[in-house]
Design a binder for this molecule. Structure first.
Ligand code: PRX
Length: 629
């Protein structure tokens, strides 16, 4: 049932709770399957195990491409807007996209890729990235897209964890006025990987690069040898579709595993429902395909829904702070989906950057990735939406695969900074500190989910135990999100931020443990504690407290070296904004760092630190307060 009114939403929601299997089997009917499901849902959150549409067979690319050829072969599937506005945009029809995906799928096959093989994709936002993702899915290979801002060592970790056989990359990438040498980052990373047999390299920047004989191949040369047709590999609904890494509060990034059937059904349904996409709408999500938002809401959801989806190679500030609005006007964007951090940065620029562009095509706005503050919400509403466009504040995660809490555009009454209500199929639970589910309205707790939804991650690649410990152990029988949440008197939800050691910086997840261990690698560093603190544009920024060895030498020099180390180990996004050298860290008698205290000091609340009586050495706090930056 399509949702066209708030009453429809309530009916659909109630149906999804009372008869979830019937609800989702109805939704699943609008897709093409080689074989229908025998069982809609099997689940046990204690194991945890979740299976949707067991017995069903499909290929997601037939749903994203082939089935549209009868009705919309000539419609634009992807509009690509390059980094440089002087370069021509591309309009790729469904027919053309189908051919390109099939041809590249053959390139993968001729280089030994088979169903179940893992393929790492480390590429800029060019059409070939979307084509590569779909080509993997076409032949049942599992893609692991790594955001092209990660360092060579972060890339190598991810390639090794998934034991990728192939790497797809480009010579370089254009990011604003910079040219980034992606291929040499790959070369450096691959010195630490034994599993990779071949690297296929797209010529994008045409810089001169080194090609390793026997390993590296040019994309265009391989394409020239490939056949045009490629039958889709028939997949089981629960076969793996992709792995995508996300940071956790401890240890290395987790390879979240998504499967074919449930992911397709849920991302498509939520795309159509939340945005109220209508045929002919031009939809632009500004995320990078290196993140889950790009997977679900640039590639799979929109294409399965037969939409026109925009891919943007550049950055919001190049050639000037009006670029987003210029692109909206140029491609007559109807639905625009971005991150609060971008809104806050653009809000700081002169308003003439907005005013000089015609934004009248816009009808719906969205946000994702972090809480949006009320000021940014109102600026977005008034200056971009001209008071006429609903803003859907969509809460979800890499792990959830698709949007979970959001207003439905034009239907759910809005409240600034509230993600409002769960979509059909999403059964939320707010838990108290003792692990009891809070009921009713006007409550605040830890956000959990008590019933499976089709696109939930099934495991962490190669580590099911960690999956269980991270998500299903805090509250047995519930999936725990790691976020805090308020439910107000109207039953509306407002996400209050992470309650664990994950920091969301400019909408990107970073684990404190990962950054700390990167800094600890420096030979002059003894120990580090990293916390987040509120930042005007980034939402949160990183504050590192570093215990150095006796002889620190030049502190500024050491700071520069630490920043370089973090950049080389993880990527520039993980660099601390502030580094304070300290002589000790506030630890409890059992040796646990009291991060609560460090967070307060980092956020400028130098006094009123609360109870410090359990500290081993309260004098440490005094000296940290004195040196606070
Ligand atoms: O803390 C929440 C925040 O982003 C986290 C998930 O990050 P990631 O897996 O990278 O996925 C981001 C894109 C879906 C969440 O645990 N978050 C995401 N959306 C919102 C949000 N916080 C508040 N409001 C949102 N709309």
């Amino acid at each position: 049932m399509e949702i066209r009114s708030f009453e429809d939403y309530q009916k659909a929601y109630n149906h999804s709770v009372e008869a979830p299997e019937e609800f989702w089997s109805n939704v699943a009917r609008s897709f093409e399957w080689h074989k229908p499901a025998e069982t809609i849902l099997e689940w046990d959150f204690h194991k945890p195990e979740v299976r949707w549409f067991s017995g069903a067979q499909l290929n997601i690319t037939e749903n994203c491409l082939d089935r549209h050829l009868a009705t919309r072969a000539e419609q634009t599937a992807i509009i690509w807007e390059p980094n440089d506005p002087q370069e021509a945009a591309q309009h790729i029809s469904y027919q053309q996209l189908h051919s390109k995906v099939c041809k590249f799928a053959n390139v993968l096959k001729q280089n030994g890729a088979e169903k179940g093989d893992r393929i790492c994709i480390y590429m800029p936002m060019v059409p070939e990235l979307a084509i590569a993702v779909l080509a993997c899915a076409r032949i049942g290979a599992i893609h692991s897209v790594v955001f092209a801002g990660f360092s060579s060592s972060a890339l190598a970790d991810r390639i090794n964890d998934a034991k990728c056989k192939l790497v797809l990359t480009s010579d370089g990438s254009f990011r604003g006025s910079k040219v980034i040498d992606l291929k040499s980052i790959v070369d450096e990373g691959l010195q630490h990987c034994d599993c990779v047999e071949k690297v296929i390299v797209l010529a994008r920047t045409h810089e001169s690069i080194k090609m390793h004989p026997g390993r590296d191949l040019w994309w265009h040369e391989e394409l020239a040898k490939a056949a045009d047709d490629c039958a889709a590999t028939v997949m089981e609904a629960e076969d793996m579709l992709f792995i995508l890494y996300t940071s956790g509060s401890t240890g290395k990034p987790k390879g979240m595993v998504h499967t074919c059937g449930g992911y397709m059904v849920y991302t498509t349904y939520t795309f159509q429902t939340a945005f109220q996409y209508e045929p002919g709408d031009v939809y632009w999500c500004t995320a990078d395909i290196g993140w889950i938002t790009g997977h679900s809401y640039i590639v799979y959801g929109p294409l399965a829904a037969g939409a026109t989806t925009v891919m943007f190679e550049g950055v919001p500030s190049y050639p000037d702070m009006g670029r987003f609005w210029e692109v909206v006007a140029k491609h007559k964007i109807n639905i625009f989906y971005t991150a609060p951090t971008a809104i806050r940065a653009l809000e700081k620029a002169d308003i003439s950057f907005v005013e000089r562009h015609d934004l009248s095509s816009l009808k719906t706005l969205g946000t994702v990735g972090e809480p949006i503050n009320e000021e940014a919400w109102h600026w977005y509403d008034e200056n971009i939406g001209k008071g006429n466009c609903p803003i859907i504040d969509t809460w979800w995660q890499t792990e959830t695969g698709g949007i979970m809490i959001t207003p439905i555009a034009g239907i759910t009454p809005l409240k600034p900074a509230f993600a409002t209500l769960p979509l059909p199929g999403v059964q939320l639970a707010l838990m108290d500190e003792q692990g009891q589910e809070l009921t009713g309205d006007n409550i605040e707790g830890r956000l959990s989910i008590k019933f499976p939804w089709p696109s939930m991650a099934r495991t962490i690649y190669g580590n099911h135990q960690r999956f269980k410990e991270t998500y299903f152990s805090a509250y047995p029988g519930y999936y725990f999100t790691g976020d805090g949440c308020k439910r107000d008197a109207d039953g509306y939800h407002r996400i209050t931020g992470r309650v664990d050691d994950v920091i969301i910086v400019s909408g990107h997840n970073l684990g404190t443990a990962e950054i700390e261990s990167a800094i600890d690698e420096h030979h002059k560093v003894v120990e580090t504690a990293v916390v987040g603190y509120p930042h005007d544009i980034k939402g949160n920024a990183i504050y590192a407290y570093v215990i150095g060895k006796d002889d620190l030498g030049d502190e500024d020099q050491l700071r520069t070296e630490i920043l370089r180390l973090v950049s080389d180990t993880i990527g520039p996004i993980a660099k601390p904004e502030k580094i304070q050298f300290v002589s000790g860290l506030p630890k409890t008698r059992s040796g646990k760092i009291m991060r609560r205290i460090l967070r307060k000091i980092a956020s400028g609340e130098i006094e009123n630190l609360g109870d410090t009586s359990t500290l081993l050495d309260p004098a440490v706090v005094h000296s940290i307060q004195q040196g606070a930056l």
